[in-house]
Ligand binder design. Structure first.
Ligand SMILES: [Zn+2]
Length: 78
């Protein structure tokens, strides 16, 4: 596991930048504290992955499905 991963190994830095909103099936939703762009968030895969192409297709699909669901919910609130 790389030592410079914000999500896996730098909890203090992560907490300084973002607020954890929800644990989903394969990902975690974080909201940026800095909200110049309202609703700016990150959907982070729960396991460490260096590049998206390293994920297996099923997990990529589930992550994209969760991402789409979150976008729908944020858009409904704007
Ligand atoms: Zn990581």
């Amino acid at each position: 596991m790389p030592q410079n991963c914000l999500y896996c190994q730098n909890k203090a830095a992560l907490d300084a930048l973002m607020i954890k909103i929800a644990d989903l099936e394969v990902s975690t939703l974080y909201l940026f504290k800095e909200q110049t762009h309202p609703g700016r968030c990150v959907v982070a895969f729960k396991d460490h992955v260096g590049q998206q192409f390293e994920m297996n297709p099923k997990k990529t699909y589930l992550t994209e499905k969760e991402y789409a669901s979150i976008i729908e919910k944020i858009k409904a609130q704007l």
